[in-house]
Design a binder for this molecule. Structure first.
Ligand code: CA
Length: 233
């Protein structure tokens, strides 16, 4: 089997070196770009996953992520961010990131995330051939077509990343049920790490921004205190 190709965009030399070394030990092919310019040069060759730092010498990872999404490139992007505030994380998700990790992180967790993301994306490429019982769904002013992956809010198209789409689908399949953050992580993210429950919260912030009339007073994506979340169509 061909090794999976990863592009690592990271300007911190020590971290870049350590990550490249450890990822190569896991039998990934890793190209390391310390700048956006270098990353752009590499991107024409095609990757299975991009690990993208936020603060780079010639700009931000957010810019690059927006750029490639605008070009119709759906390669999974995992942000490596030192900025831990949910505002920054939401900016990353809005730029089209599939997932993020906050520095400093544990290497084992990063490897688990990468594995899960690659597994999800290989499923997604096969998804068209799988018969799906759920074809369309509507709630509020939102229409979803699961066959074409098209989502509209008040008639206007909404761009979702693969992970956001999976999360939305999971909520719809479990509508009116309380689902815990741990269950969401296991079912949608495919990770067993309980230390990343904040990830789920940040994706919920994003779904509310996209689909709630008033994100501060959600009607569909509800928080159930001490238990998790509930989707109410
Ligand atoms: Ca940096």
């Amino acid at each position: 089997m061909e090794p999976k190709r990863l592009l690592l965009v990271e300007d911190e030399e020590h971290l870049g070196f350590t990550l490249q070394f450890n990822l190569q030990e896991e039998h990934y092919h890793v190209d390391w770009a310390p700048t956006l310019a270098d990353a752009r040069n590499h991107l024409s060759t095609g990757y299975d996953l991009i690990l993208l730092d936020v603060m780079l010498p010639d700009g931000t990872g957010f810019e690059l992520c927006k750029e490639i999404r605008a070009q119709g490139n759906h390669t999974p992007v995992l942000f490596l961010t030192a900025k831990g505030s949910s505002e920054d994380i939401v900016t990353g998700l809005e730029a089209g990131a599939d997932d993020y990790m906050t520095k400093p992180f544990v290497l084992g967790e990063l490897l688990a995330r990468i594995k899960a993301m690659l597994r999800r994306s290989s499923w997604q490429s096969n998804e068209a051939s799988i018969a799906l019982p759920l074809e369309t769904f509507s709630f509020g002013h939102v229409n979803i077509d699961f066959r074409s992956h098209e989502v509209t809010m008040e008639g206007k198209p909404v761009e979702l990343t693969h992970l956001e789409f999976r999360l939305l689908r999971f909520f719809i399949e479990h509508q009116n049920q309380v689902v815990s953050r741990e269950l969401l992580l296991e079912s949608v993210w495919e990770v067993h790490a309980t230390s990343y429950t904040r990830t789920v919260d940040n994706f919920l912030v994003r779904l509310r921004r996209l689909f709630e009339k008033d994100p501060s007073q959600p009607k569909h994506f509800l928080t159930v205190r001490g238990a998790g979340y509930k989707f109410a169509p």
